[in-house]
Design a protein around this ligand. Structure first.
Ligand SMILES: Nc1ncnc2c1ncn2[C@@H]1O[C@H](COP(=O)(O)OP(=O)(O)O)[C@@H](O)[C@H]1O
Ligand SMILES: [Mg+2]
Length: 242
């Protein structure tokens, strides 16, 4: 799985004029964006800006009302992508069984599962928790399991929606290290956070949303040093929360 993203087939991901409306209310409008292979993109913006919607549209959990989400292989919702949420949804089974289930869903033969599960347990520090009920784990442990489950299926791109916002600082740092490790192996990352410190630590690129529109997109250094829009300046100084 180490070489999973070396020869990317589904990236870049392109969004062309993507919009999303609910009950006639536009929640996201005219989002045009390319996510190249191997980058770590942090999606920033005030509460309600549309960050979670954007990730759900990319991942294929929602269909765009306007515009198109285009994967390089042409498929509408390729398998080599995964998403991790703020609060992971675990089966009411053991840690090991949750990992086995993910492999089964992805069509991995039963005979090949044990080795891959052992590797995942080891890598994510879950070996001692393998037989524990997944829903009884701490928040940080559950999020490690969610990341292990995503990693097991060999995604080229991982969407993370506020993956650490329910975690304490120690667990947060652990998750950040895991994400860096994914990047180092070539996995493409698209992640939202409301933690600006975390955004500065992790971002290579930033996409800034406000009121359903993509106002800025580019290298993180430029965004943090000299944001181009009043909204982003206000957001970075803590004056734009909604
Ligand atoms: N299914 C939905 N139906 C109606 N409104 C929604 C739906 N999903 C999200 N919204 C609204 O769309 C806006 C953007 O939501 P969201 O993407 O969750 O924001 P963010 O993640 O940036 O905080 C919010 O105003 C939210 O209330
Ligand atoms: Mg959100």
């Amino acid at each position: 799985m180490k070489d999973m993203a070396r020869t990317s087939t589904i990236l870049p991901l392109r969004l062309e004029g993507v919009g999303y409306s609910a009950d006639g209310t536009p929640l996201l409008s005219g989002v045009t964006l390319t996510v190249p292979a191997g980058r770590r993109l942090i999606v920033l913006g005030p509460n309600g800006a549309g960050k979670s919607l954007l990730l759900r549209l990319c991942h294929g959990l929602l269909d765009a009302s306007r515009g198109r989400v285009i994967w390089a292989d042409g498929s509408p919702r390729p398998a080599a992508q995964a998403m991790v949420f703020q609060r992971p949804v675990m089966l009411r089974r053991s840690v090991r069984a949750n990992l086995a289930h993910a492999l089964a869903l992805n069509g991995v033969a039963r005979a090949d599962r044990a080795g891959r599960i052992a590797a995942a347990l080891d890598r994510f520090g879950l070996t001692d928790l393998a037989t524990r009920g997944a829903r009884l784990l701490s928040g940080g442990e559950q999020q490690r399991l969610a990341l292990a489950r995503a990693w097991l299926t060999g995604p080229e791109i991982l969407f993370l929606d506020e993956p650490t916002s329910a975690l304490d600082p120690g667990a947060t740092r652990t998750i950040e290290e895991i994400i860096r490790g994914f990047s180092a192996e070539g996995m493409t990352i698209v992640m939202t956070t409301h933690d600006l410190g975390q955004a500065r630590r992790l971002a290579e690129d930033v996409a800034f949303l406000s009121r359903g529109r993509l106002l800025e997109h580019g290298p993180a250094a430029g965004f943090f040093a000299s944001p181009a829009t009043t909204e982003a300046r206000a957001f970075l100084s803590g004056d734009l929360l909604w």
